[in-house]
Structures are given as C-alpha cells and as structure tokens.
Design a protein around this ligand. Structure first.
Ligand SMILES: C[S@@+](CC[C@H](N)C(=O)[O-])C[C@H]1O[C@@H](n2cnc3c(N)ncnc32)[C@H](O)[C@@H]1O
Length: 330
C-alpha cells in the first residue's frame, strides 16, 4: 500500500455508500446503482446481509465491527488495481461510518483527488432521521448526536459533551448507547442529563429501525435505563419543550412564541416575517434599555459576562431586520 501512492494510472473508484436504516424501501436510487456498478463490496457482515440480494456475483469482503481500517485499506488496494469498490455503512457513511476512516487511510497513503482513485460519497438517511421519523417529530428544533462508544473516544470527552448539550437544552440522539460489554455508559449519560433536565423529559428508544425486529419504546429520562437498549438502538432524548401526544414525540419549532396557533394571529409585540421581539436585535435593545450591569445580565441570561460586557460597549443598532418570511424554509 505504501509504494507509489500517487500513480495516476488506475481509474478505480471507492464509493462510500450509506444504506439508510436497512430496508430496500429506504435505500436511495444512487446507493442501489453504486452497489450495482461495483466490482467489490466491502462491509460489516450485518450490513452485507442487509443487501445480500444486491451483491450476488460480486466479490464480497465481510469484515467484523472492529476492522474499519482494514475495510478502508482493502478498498484502496482494490481501487488502485482499477476496481470499483462499494464500501458500505448503515445509515449515512459520514455519520459514525466509513467515510472518516477511509479518508484517514487515503491521506496516510498519500492519496490526492487527482491521483487516479476517485472517491464518491453517497448519502443515506442516518439513524437519527429514520428513528425520528418512526416516533414523530422530535428533531424539529436544535439537536445533536453523541456516540456513547468509548472504544476510540475517552469517557471524559464524551461526558463533557453530554453535560454541555444537556445544559444547552438540545434534543439529543445517542448513538451506540449500549453493547454487551458497554453497559454503564448509558447509566452515566442519564445521570449527567438529570443534572439539567426534568426526570419526566420524554425519551424514545428505537431498536432496528425499518428492519424486521424493529421495536419502539417511549419512556422518560428517569426510567430510560430500565428499557431494552442495545447495539442496534438509538436513544432520542427530548428538550424541555418536547412532549408526547397520541403516541407521537414532538419538539415544537417555536411558533407559539410568535403566533396564537389556533387563530394564526400574531402575538402582541411580534411581527410576522421579522425576528422575535427577543431575537438578536430586540434583545440587544432590551439589554441597553435595562439599565442593568453586565454581571446581572449575564446571570439572568446564563451567558458569559465578558460577552455581555462587549455587547453593552457597542452602540445600539437600528432594527433593520429584513423580511425573513420569504427565505424561511418550512
Ligand atoms: C457505528 S454507528 C453507525 C451509524 C450510521 N452510520 C448512521 O448514520 O445511522 C451504529 C449505531 O447507529 C445506530 N443505528 C444504526 N442503524 C440503526 C437502526 N436501523 N435502528 C436504530 N439505530 C440504528 C445505533 O445507535 C447503532 O449503535
């Protein structure tokens, strides 16, 4: 692998294919075509099984869970021989998938985009998209994903991230929440979240989304560790506004801050198509008008005092917010 890394002779290709959750209905047309055009398909045994009917007649290389770098090295070796290689991941290849390790291997070997091996990344629906779709609309406001796998990430790093997002009221999708050996990580995640969130915060646990053994459980932050969680589960933890109604977990986008949802009328002090009265411009004007000092305002808004002090030192800007309704996405 280390000899003549930049030889542009071959016209091989590595296709990083995201399979989506696992059902053919949710496999994109491009992902299907990429597998069809591949000479070689490389992947974790379980993922190969998900597309077994699409890989007949091809060279198939099955690797275990821990052999990501081997998968990438094999893919690069085949591509340098002129082959088209589909390197498959569940969900999206760029979300805790094969895209990262593949580029690490390629860069280590001196690969560049014009060195004779093409790389195409074919997106797929990640577990957070597919699991969210099965439980309602939990990700309609700011969210983030955290993997509880400490196989490659130190626990203090994971714990700091959990603590930060719990405090910042993100909806969170926990990937790799638990395995046969890693059972305490989810217990610690719950402990950190309970420092910032109510015990009755809604939680949904989706196992094997869109696969034959799919299982969906609604619970709360307090009780989530009593549920059936495993390697094929994604845990969705709501924010302080998330609710469950008629078996659907929903995180409101914030329309109630501006509109009466029943009548559609704009609330007093708010304007359709403009930032909220507590949006940046209105909030800045309020800071200046409050007469309070930076320390008091920092405590009130739970923001750093030096940030507030810098804002107070700047002149008040006129409210020239453009009409945002036209550009807003539904
Ligand atoms: C190594 S990560 C791979 C993530 C994948 N690349 C993605 O974008 O969804 C494996 C984790 O993804 C989540 N996951 C993948 N497929 C899933 C499915 N069908 N149902 C629920 N969770 C899934 C689980 O949290 C699992 O532990």
């Amino acid at each position: 692998m280390n000899d003549t890394p930049n030889t542009p002779a071959s016209t091989g290709k590595i296709m990083l294919v995201g399979l989506g959750p696992g059902s053919h209905d949710h496999l994109t047309a491009r992902a299907r075509a990429a597998i069809a055009e591949a000479d070689t398909v490389i992947g974790y045994v379980t993922y190969i099984r998900l597309v077994a009917d699409l890989v007949e007649g091809k060279e198939v290389i099955r690797k275990s869970m821990t052999e990501e770098l081997d998968r990438a090295i094999e893919a690069f070796e085949r591509a340098r021989q002129g082959k088209k290689v589909a390197l498959i991941s569940s969900g999206d290849a760029g979300v805790y998938g094969m895209a990262g390790p593949t580029f690490e291997v390629l860069f280590q070997a001196g690969w560049t985009p014009d060195s004779g091996v093409e790389v195409e990344i074919i997106p797929g629906a990640s577990a957070l998209n597919t699991c969210a779709a099965l439980v309602g609309a939990p990700l309609t406001h700011d969210f983030c994903a955290i993997s509880l796998s400490d196989l490659l990430t130190p626990w203090p790093t994971i714990a700091r991230r959990l603590d930060a997002v719990a405090a910042a009221d993100f909806v969170v999708a926990l990937y790799n929440p638990k395995s046969g050996r890693r059972t305490r990580q989810i217990v610690e995640a719950r402990r950190l979240f309970l420092r910032h969130r109510r015990p009755d915060t809604p939680v949904a646990i989706v196992k094997s989304a869109y696969r034959p053994r799919q299982r969906i459980e609604f619970t709360t932050l307090e009780k989530m560790t009593e549920c059936d969680i495993g390697m094929l589960s994604t845990v969705l933890i709501g924010n302080s506004n998330t609710f469950v109604r008629h078996g659907l977990m929903v995180t409101p986008r914030g329309y109630r801050n501006k509109y009466d949802v029943e009548s559609g009328a704009t609330r007093d002090g708010e304007k359709a198509g403009r930032s909220l009265s507590t949006g940046l411009t209105g909030w800045l004007a309020g800071l200046h008008a409050s007469g309070l000092g930076a320390a008091e305002l920092a405590a009130l808004h739970r923001l750093p005092e030096d940030y507030i002090a810098a804002l107070l030192a700047e002149p008040v800007e006129p409210d020239d917010t453009a009409d945002e309704a036209a550009g807003a996405e539904a």
